[in-house]
Write a protein that binds this ligand. Structure first.
Ligand code: CP
Length: 303
């Protein structure tokens, strides 16, 4: 049974196969249909990931079971395991789960239901990484030697974790920049720490990250938006130092005028809206991948 849990479960070839499938779906070169049932279980808030999985499921004809934490028996104390066990028992095939525990999936591996990780605490966000890699590939068509700057609240970001691992594996040159307090020396195995000014000037891809105040403890709450923007943000002045061919990315939601100047969110160099659109096709590729595995194992229905 296939689960989509982390970028490190994939070889470069397998991950790029998913990118190419996503592009096939985006440009109408192929289609995928499934009459299986999905549930989207979001224990943390989401706009893009939740609704683009919903859209992907609609587009390929999957059935959906609605699950809202706020009106579920989670509010009576039901555990994650028992909630997912219930989904399995009523006949759900795929559970798309976002949860604050970076290792939430470990307890679910013996269940007979396929798990798609839609974000695990500060751990992994592999579907975001797939749509980010897809967006970069569409732009540049190569990764070896491509300079990608990941800037901002790196240590609290599951997007940063998935992307630094995958970009490094694909041969990109990864730069890190931002507050020292949001950086962990262990990241240096994937890239090089430098100043925000240098990273913005050198990069082909300037990937800004949201400051995740909800994951900060009290000692990290000493934060003013204006000061952060001037010291670590993509200001108008820093934007003007970017290479002509460089692009801006951000997983969103964006704190406008904090990590990124408001006027840059939809500027010509920005691929932020494209990232959101690509997310639907990346998630179709993920659903095809997990469902194909299920059918292979059952050796019955063809996809
Ligand atoms: N990028 C991302 O994960 O956004 P959401 O939290 O809105 O899903």
């Amino acid at each position: 049974m296939r689960h989509f849990l982390s970028v490190d479960q994939f070889t470069n070839e397998e991950f790029m196969m998913l990118v190419k499938r996503a592009l096939d779906f985006k440009y109408g070169r192929d289609t995928f249909r499934s009459d299986r049932t999905a549930v989207n279980m979001f224990f943390e808030n989401s706009t893009r990931t939740k609704h683009s999985f919903e859209m992907a499921e609609h587009k390929i004809g999957m059935h959906q079971v609605n699950f809202e934490v706020s009106s579920s028996s989670v509010k009576k104390g039901e555990t994650l395991y028992d909630s997912v066990l219930t989904m399995q028992a009523i006949g759900v095939d795929v559970a798309v789960i976002r949860h604050p525990d970076p290792k939430y999936m470990d307890q679910l591996m013996n269940l007979n239901i396929q798990i798609v990780n839609a974000g695990s605490g500060s751990g992994q966000h592999p579907s975001q990484s797939l749509l980010d890699i897809m967006t970069i590939y569409e732009e540049f068509k190569y990764f070896k030697g491509l300079k990608v700057a990941i800037i901002g609240d790196i240590s609290h970001s599951r997007v940063a974790m998935s992307n630094m691992m995958m970009l490094n594996k694909l041969g990109a040159e990864v730069y890190f920049a931002g507050p020292q307090a949001y950086f962990d020396r262990t990241f240096e195995r994937y890239g090089t720490l430098m100043s925000v000014d240098d990273a913005v000037r050198e990069a082909d891809v300037v990937m800004m990250l949201r400051v995740q105040l909800e994951r900060h403890d009290e000692s990290e709450q000493d934060f003013t938006k204006e000061a952060y923007h001037q010291e670590y943000g993509l200001t108008r002045e820093r934007f003007l130092t970017m290479k002509d061919s460089a692009i801006i990315m951000h997983p969103a939601p964006v704190n406008r005028d904090v990590e990124l100047a408001d006027e840059l969110v939809e500027c010509e160099k920005s691929r932020i809206v494209k990232q959101m659109s690509n997310g639907v096709y990346a998630r179709i590729a993920i659903l095809e991948w997990v469902l194909k595995g299920r059918y292979d194992e059952l050796n019955s229905e063809k996809w």
